[in-house]
Each structure stands twice: as structure tokens, then as C-alpha cells.
Design a protein around this ligand. Structure first.
Ligand code: FES
Length: 117
């Protein structure tokens, strides 16, 4: 049984959980990425979509390209600290570019959005 989300729960700009996946509707495209942030494992299904269509982590706002799983902007903070950490941010972004999120296609099927493969 594939992982799925009711399409009515996934309007443009929404992120929802489906099994191990965060299913994202950027407004232009549906996709699914693995749920654990490459920084400190926050649940990306609790994240948001920004104006550029990137998935934003709910903890320290690392940004991901949901078509590649690549971290395109590193975290702004760590643990409970939220603020500038330039060298650390660059280092984590490098890691997030190498160790990308897993990516799957998500398609509308009937009343659901289904994660393929
Ligand atoms: S856990 Fe995602 S940016 Fe820190």
C-alpha cells in the first residue's frame, strides 16, 4: 500500500506527512522527500514552503530543493540557538549538498496524492 495524503489536505504551499515522507505541494509541483532534516533530524513534514518553492525546516530554517533533495541554505542556529552561525551554516550546507534527502515523485490519483516507488 503506497503512502498517500488526501489531496484536499495538500493545497499549494502545504507540507504533510505520509509514512516516512514529507509530501510537498509547491504550487507548481508535487513531490515527496524523506522526513528527517540532515541537520538535527527535525521532522520536515512539519516544515513550510517558502516563496521560492523550497521546503523550510521547522527548527533552524535550513532550505531544501524538493526536486533534488539538496540543502540549498544551511541552518540558522543549532540546538536551541536561533541566529547567525556563518561558518557552521556553510559546513552543514556542504554536508546537506552531499547527503541529500531521498526524493520520490508524488502524483494525484483520484482523491489522494500518492508517493510513488
Ligand atoms: S534540524 Fe533542520 S535546520 Fe536544524
Amino acid at each position: 500500500m503506497p503512502d498517500r495524503v488526501p489531496a484536499t489536505d495538500l493545497p499549494p504551499g502545504a507540507v504533510r506527512p505520509a509514512g516516512p515522507w514529507a509530501v510537498v505541494n509547491t504550487g507548481d509541483r508535487l513531490s515527496a522527500v524523506s522526513r528527517r532534516c540532515r541537520h538535527q533530524l527535525a521532522d520536515l513534514a512539519e516544515g513550510s514552503v517558502d516563496a521560492d518553492g523550497c521546503l523550510v525546516c521547522p527548527w533552524h530554517q535550513a532550505r531544501y530543493d524538493t526536486s533534488t533533495g539538496e540543502m540549498v541554505t544551511g541552518p540558522r542556529g543549532f540546538l536551541g540557538w536561533h541566529g547567525p552561525t556563518p561558518g557552521y551554516t556553510t559546513l552543514v550546507r556542504w554536508f546537506g549538498q552531499v547527503a541529500r534527502l531521498r526524493v520520490r515523485r508524488a502524483v494525484r490519483r483520484g482523491d489522494d496524492v500518492v508517493v510513488e516507488g
